[in-house]
Design a protein around this ligand. Structure first.
Ligand code: HEC
Length: 96
C-alpha cells in the first residue's frame, strides 16, 4: 500500500515536472517515431486537419489518444515530440 502510494506520487511528480518544461518537443525525434509507428497507415486516407484539432494542446491530446488506443507505448515526452513534428508539418500553431 505504502509502496504503491510512493510510486503514485513519484509518477505524479514526474508528470508535472515534464509538463512544466513541455512547451514543445523535438520534431526530428517525433518524425522518426511517427514513421516507425506507421501512423500514416490510417492518416494518409484520414488526413491531419486543423478543423478537427484546433490547438496545439488538443493536438497533444489527439496524439496521445491514438498512442493509447493503438498501444504504441510512447511516453509523455515522445507524444510531445510527435505532436511537435505534426505541428511543424501540418498544423502550424505558434507554440509559446
Ligand atoms: C487504425 C487507424 C489509426 C491509426 C493507425 C492512427 N490513427 Fe490517429 N486517428 C484515428 C481516428 C479514427 C481518429 C479520430 C479522428 C478522425 O477521424 O480523424 C484519429 C485522430 C488522430 C489525430 C487528430 C485528428 C486531426 O485531424 O487532427 C491525430 C493528431 C492522430 N490521430 C495522430 C495519430 C498518430 C500520431 C498515430 C500513430 C501512432 C495515429 N494517429 C495512428 C485513427 C488512427
Amino acid at each position: 500500500m505504502n509502496r504503491a502510494l510512493t510510486l503514485l506520487s513519484a509518477s505524479l511528480l514526474l508528470a508535472s515536472a515534464t509538463h512544466v518544461n513541455a512547451q514543445s518537443g523535438d520534431p526530428r525525434a517525433g518524425e522518426s517515431l511517427h514513421k516507425d509507428a506507421n501512423c500514416l497507415s490510417c492518416h494518409a486516407a484520414n488526413p491531419y486537419s486543423t478543423a478537427k484539432t484546433p490547438s496545439f494542446e488538443r493536438l497533444i491530446a489527439a496524439v496521445n489518444f491514438c498512442n493509447v488506443n493503438l498501444n504504441t507505448g510512447w511516453f509523455e515526452d515522445e507524444v510531445l515530440d510527435v505532436a511537435t513534428y505534426l505541428n511543424e508539418k501540418y498544423y502550424k500553431y505558434v507554440i509559446e
